[in-house]
Design a protein around this ligand. Structure first.
Ligand code: PEP
Length: 255
């Protein structure tokens, strides 16, 4: 797996979370492939649960329109970590690994430091990390959204080389918008994306930019406006990615 020119395109990623058996995953992939246009302007990525990765890869059968990633990994490559999965174990199946999703930060107690170590593990395995950042409702009400996005981006990317940063993507996902039906406005998304772009430019003296996605209740009806927010180059989609028709419509909205 090497990074290629497809990374210039918008990325539309579907986070299936803790849904789909291997058989259900195959069915969803079959249905999705039948609904995607033959040629896509966007890169499409599926993030199934670990147990369905192999089924998804098999069902895709090398279809160049869709890539596969994992929703999480451990920060160590291997060892006595019962129930965990190391990034090298994902490398034969995946291109991408998501780290720092808010459900891991807030439900599983993952700190900025743990997220950074996971991101390093993903890079070390030759994979492409997607770093999720975003403020909670309380942080938004306290007016510290930009500070949270800045802190999480800085912490996630601390110490990376320009080459490593160039392999990273950021997903701005306001926690209050995930799975709630509430979305940020395109202006909110653009403001957060601007913070990410500034932090990344500061970290590597402007040498490389990262792709920034928006996530949080993206649907076929709001996708086009959110995807047109300045600085936003794709979407991380949860609930709507579990329905082939809705996910295909979001991909189509990306152009
Ligand atoms: C997510 O899980 O990353 C997400 C954005 O979920 P939803 O689209 O359901 O809000």
């Amino acid at each position: 797996m090497t990074a290629g020119p497809w990374r210039e395109a918008p990325l539309i990623a579907g986070n299936w979370k803790m849904h789909k058996t291997p058989a259900e995953a195959r069915e969803l992939v079959r249905s999705l492939l039948g609904q995607l246009a033959a040629e896509l302007a966007s890169e499409v990525l599926l993030l199934p649960p670990f147990t369905a990765l192999e089924a998804v890869v098999g069902e895709l059968a090398g279809d160049p329109r869709v890539r596969v990633g994992a929703q999480n990994c451990h920060y160590e490559a291997a060892g006595a970590f019962t129930g965990e999965i190391g990034a090298p174990m994902l490398a034969p199946l995946c291109d991408y690994v998501l780290v720092g999703h808010s459900e891991r930060r807030h439900l599983m107690g993952e700190s900025d430091e743990v997220v950074r170590r996971k991101l390093e593990a993903v890079l070390a395995a030759g994979l492409l990390p997607i770093l999720a950042v975003g403020e909670t409702e309380a942080e938004r009400s306290a007016g510290v959204t930009e500070a949270v996005v800045e802190r999480q981006t800085q912490a996630g990317f601390a110490g990376l080389s320009v080459e490593e940063l160039g392999r990273c993507t950021v997903a701005y996902e306001p926690v209050w918008a995930i799975g709630t039906g509430a979305t940020a406005t395109p202006d909110d998304a653009a403001a957060a994306a601007a913070v990410v772009h500034r932090v990344v430019a500061e970290l590597n003296s402007g040498g490389v930019a990262v792709r920034v996605l928006y996530g949080g209740s993206v649907t076929p009806s709001n996708a086009a406006s959110l995807l047109s927010a300045p600085g936003v180059r794709g979407a991380l989609v949860g609930g709507a990615s579990l329905r082939a028709d809705e996910f295909a419509a979001i991909v189509a909205a990306a152009g």
